[in-house]
Every structure is written in C-alpha cells, then in structure tokens.
Ligand binder design. Structure first.
Ligand code: FAD
Ligand code: SF4
Length: 470
C-alpha cells in the first residue's frame, strides 16, 4: 500500500498535461494536450488534501466522488477508479476534456487558493481512457432485464446519460438521432482540438455492448412520428438540445460573408470526418481577416477553428470585460496562445459593406448595474463607434431551444423562452406536462453545459424508472 504524503501539495505544484507545440496546434484538428503518464497522475492526484469538506464534489454538477477516485488513481488502481467514476457520470472521459473545470470542481478545490487546484479534469480523463485501454468495460453481469421499453430522442449528453442509467437498470433504451453519429454537439459542434471524435466512437461501441440500441439518421417528427414512439414504448425521453441561433438584431447580419457559428463548425467537422455532402457547405477562412462576435465556448471554438483553417487574422469582440466572459478560462487562454486577438467591452451595432461584409461597427461599453442573472450590463459609451475591417464575420451569440411542432398535440408545455417545462410540480423528476414524456439537457435548461445535460438525463432516467415501477 501507498504511504500518503499529506504535504504533497507543498512539494509538488499543479502540473497540467503537456501541450503540443504551438506550430502544430495552429494547424491540426487534434487534442492539444498530451495524455498524462501514470507517474504524473500519481504525483498530481496525491496532491488532493482529502479535506473532509469536498467542495469539489458539490460544485461538480454530477457530484462525482472526486477525492475517492483521485486516491484510487494515486494508488494506481485505475479499474476501481473507473468503476467509481462511472457511478455518477455517464461520460467521464468527455467531461474531463470539456468541462469548464475552473468554474466547477477545480474552482472549488481548497488548493485553488494559491497552491493550484488539483488537476481533477485531466485525471478524470486519464482514468477512463486508461481503463478502456486496459480492456475494462462496465460490468453488466448483475443486471436483471425487464420487458419495459423506453425511446430516447437525441443522442447528445442528455440522451446518453438517460440511456446509460436505464440500461444499467435493465431497461433497454432505443436512442433516435437525426445525425449519423452519436454525441449531439459533442460530435457535431465541439471541435476535435477539444474532443477527438474517436472518443465518442469508442463510447458508442461500449454503449452498444451494454445493450443500448441506436437508430441514427432518423429524425423524430419526419422519419418517425412521436405518436409511433409513444405507441411502441412505455415512456419517452427528449434530449433534443437547443438549436435556434440568437441574433444580434443589428443591420447587416444577413450580408454575404456573415456566418452563424454552428453551420461553420459543423461544416468543418464534416470535412474532418469525411461526412461532407457538398463541398459548397464548407466555410473557408483561409487568408481572411475574421471577426468573431461573442464570448462563450462557441465563440472560442470558432476562433480556434478559423486559426487552424489558416485565417490571416482572428479578432474576437465581446461586449463585457474578460472577467465577465461566460466561457471557460482555459479556452480563452488557449485561443490567445494560438493567436486570437481579443477586443473587450465592444458591442457590435452594425455589419458594414457594399456587396459583402467589409467590417463591423463596434461601440465601446462600460459595465453598469447587474442584470437579472447577476452579470453586469454593458452600457454603450456615446460617440465611441469604430469600424473593425473584416473579410468574414461569425456570429456566436448562443442558442435557445426550438420546440417541435408536435409538442402542442402532445400537451408538452414550454415557457416563454421555448424551454420545455419540467420541475417540482410534476410527480417524477424531469417529467413534462405529458406524464409519459420526460425531458432534460439544453432543451429544458437553455443552452448550458455537457455535464449539466448528463446530470439531467441521468435524473430523468431515475424518474422514468420510478414511473415504470422498475
Ligand atoms: P445536444 O448535444 O444538442 O444533443 C441533442 C441531440 O438531439 C442532437 O444530436 C440532435 O441531432 C438530436 N435531435 C434534435 N431533434 C431531434 C429530432 N427531432 N429527432 C432526432 N434527433 C433529434 N459545453 C461544455 O460543457 N464544454 C464545452 O467546451 C462546450 N463547448 C461547446 C461548443 C459549442 C460550439 C457548442 C454549440 C456548445 C458547447 N457546449 C459546451 C455546450 C454543450 O455542448 C451542450 O450544453 C450539450 O451538448 C447539451 O446536451 P444535450 O444532450 O441537451 O443536447
Ligand atoms: Fe469536474 Fe466536470 Fe469532472 Fe465534475 S464532471 S469532476 S465538474 S470535470
């Protein structure tokens, strides 16, 4: 057995996994971090104080047993660590890669007060990647199979979280998705420099072996009706995401050379994956001066994709200051390292040009009183307009849910923002106003995070199991 060094955090500083050289990062659509080695994991995981008040666990939306699996990883007991981490998380290898740890688990780590937080995310990723490489698979030998059938609409993190909990409890889910691969935005949104697509391909094999059936390239409402799903299944879970792009509401948004974020990112993914149907779908930033409007994870992904496509310059304009950006700090740092220029406190008021975009008119802002979410409102400074030249503009203002036209006939209530209403007034967690239909993830919360979608999918599955009396 290992001898714990309670002062490891003093002797050993926080060390993130090494990053690939910048010259390669600026060209390649591959993850930017090298994997940890076992000895690095032992050193880093051992820095955990096991402080007795695991704030990290509470700040983690799925409430991972973080100190416990850090301890197992530090001992080299990777299989036990993987078993434990899968008790609370359906996609730990994904969360380890894409969670904004600085705002979640690592932000709450006791050592984040001068010593440097434990590298929780990178260790979580290491545990699952290594366990899979060692041949580990979730143990399904004790599952008692039932005859209950549940349809899951959407193979994004919410749908996958739901299907994972259902199958482990003996209910074989059938997951429908309009895309040809599983993952939702993990596959058709988030670029490979954050999450390589082979990670989801491996996860698909594991899920299929566990007993989850995927019916891909099948859109519910077009290829199969919701009525058919309700007739053939005991319950339905909806994890259909949020896909209506927010507009800026200023002149010039429809000009040639102005693009929405998701079509730009998806076209790039399709080219990388060899799934491109028409080369005209690809939006090429090579040699262009690109301006990206927005400050969230989507904007960072557009910035860094443009760099890799060979843009001449990439400038990201955001209407608040750096401290008030909604995205992950680590991604802003990565973008800056790769050559993205940031203009803070700049709000777009128009896109200008004759036949096509030639620039963006920006106005300087000052931060005023907090809004209803507690974030300080940007207030324009009169007379501060400037024109930033641009050959291409990408609008990355976020997304809101888009309720389907079959919601009404099925009595599925939505709120004024288009979000499906679930919640406390219902009998089971994440049940909608139609008792047989449950929902979770971005279509319930509004566009948010991978880990919160997983959490809601898992909780909804617990609600479905209770509803079905399994
Ligand atoms: P989705 O992932 O959107 O999955 C919904 C699925 O439902 C899709 O596969 C869709 O095809 C399917 N679907 C919808 N309608 C139908 C239908 N009628 N029939 C069949 N299938 C249907 N979060 C992070 O935590 N970290 C990040 O770094 C991060 N980066 C992001 C970058 C980008 C560019 C974007 C857009 C988002 C990012 N997010 C990030 C947010 C995160 O991806 C989402 O919050 C999360 O994927 C939501 O999961 P979901 O399962 O609710 O929806
Ligand atoms: Fe941290 Fe996300 Fe992992 Fe939770 S799931 S421990 S928040 S990286």
């Amino acid at each position: 057995t290992r001898t714990r060094n309670d002062f490891q955090f003093v002797d050993v500083g926080r060390q993130d996994p090494a990053k690939k050289p910048l010259s390669a990062r600026k060209r390649e659509f591959v993850e930017i971090h090298d994997p940890y080695t076992q000895s690095e994991v032992e050193q880093q995981a051992d820095r955990c104080l096991d402080c007795g008040n695991p704030y990290c666990e509470w700040k983690c939306p799925v409430h991972n047993y973080i100190p416990n699996w850090l301890d197992l990883a530090a001992e080299g007991n990777i299989i036990a660590a993987a078993e434990l981490s899968h008790q609370t998380n359906s996609l730990p290898e994904v969360c380890g890669r894409v969670c904004p740890q600085d705002r979640l688990c690592e932000g709450a780590c006791t050592l984040n007060d001068g010593f440097g937080a434990v590298t929780i995310g990178s260790t979580e990723k290491y545990i699952t990647d290594t366990a899979f490489a060692m041949g580990w698979k979730p143990d399904m030998s004790n599952v008692v199979w039932t005859e209950r059938k549940v349809a899951v609409i959407g193979a994004g993190p919410a749908g996958l979280g739901c299907a994972d909990v259902l199958v482990r409890n003996g209910v074989r889910p059938v997951v429908f998705d309009r895309y040809p691969e599983i993952g939702g935005l993990l596959t058709f949104g988030i670029p490979e420099f954050k999450l390589e697509k082979s990670v989801m391909a491996r996860r698909r094999r594991i899920f299929e072996e566990m007993g989850i059936e995927f019916r891909l390239s099948t859109s519910v409402g077009t290829d199969i009706s919701i009525e058919d799903l309700l007739r053939d299944h005991d319950a339905v879970f909806m994890g259909m995401g949020a896909y209506t792009s927010m507009k800026g509401g200023f002149p010039g948004e429809d000009m040639v050379g102005v693009h929405e974020a998701l079509p730009f990112l998806v076209a790039n993914v399709n080219r990388c994956l060899g799934l491109e149907k028409d080369p005209a779908d690809y939006i090429d930033m090579k040699g262009k001066n690109v301006v990206i409007l927005g400050g969230g994870d989507t904007a960072m992904d557009c910035n860094r994709t443009s760099i890799r496509q060979g843009a001449r310059s990439v400038t990201c304009a955001y209407r608040r200051d750096e401290d008030n950006m909604p995205g992950s700090r680590k991604e802003v740092k990565n973008a800056r390292e790769e050559g993205v220029q940031f203009l803070f406190n700049r709000q777009p008021v128009a896109i200008v040009g004759k036949d096509r975009v030639e620039g963006v008119k920006l106005i300087t802002t000052e931060l005023g009183a907090p809004d209803e979410n507690g974030r300080r409102r940007p207030e324009p400074v009169p007379g501060s307009e400037e024109i930033l030249p641009a050959d291409a503009v990408i609008i990355a203002f976020g997304f809101r849910p888009s309720p389907a036209d079959w919601f009404d006939p099925q009595s599925i209530d939505t709120d004024e923002g288009g979000r499906v209403v679930t919640g406390e007034q219902r009998t089971y967690p994440f049940q909608t106003s139609n008792p047989k239909i449950f929902a979770g993830g971005d279509m319930v919360r509004g566009a948010d995070l991978v880990v919160t979608a997983i959490y809601e999918g898992r909780k909804a599955a617990e609600g479905i199991l209770d509803y079905l009396d399994v």
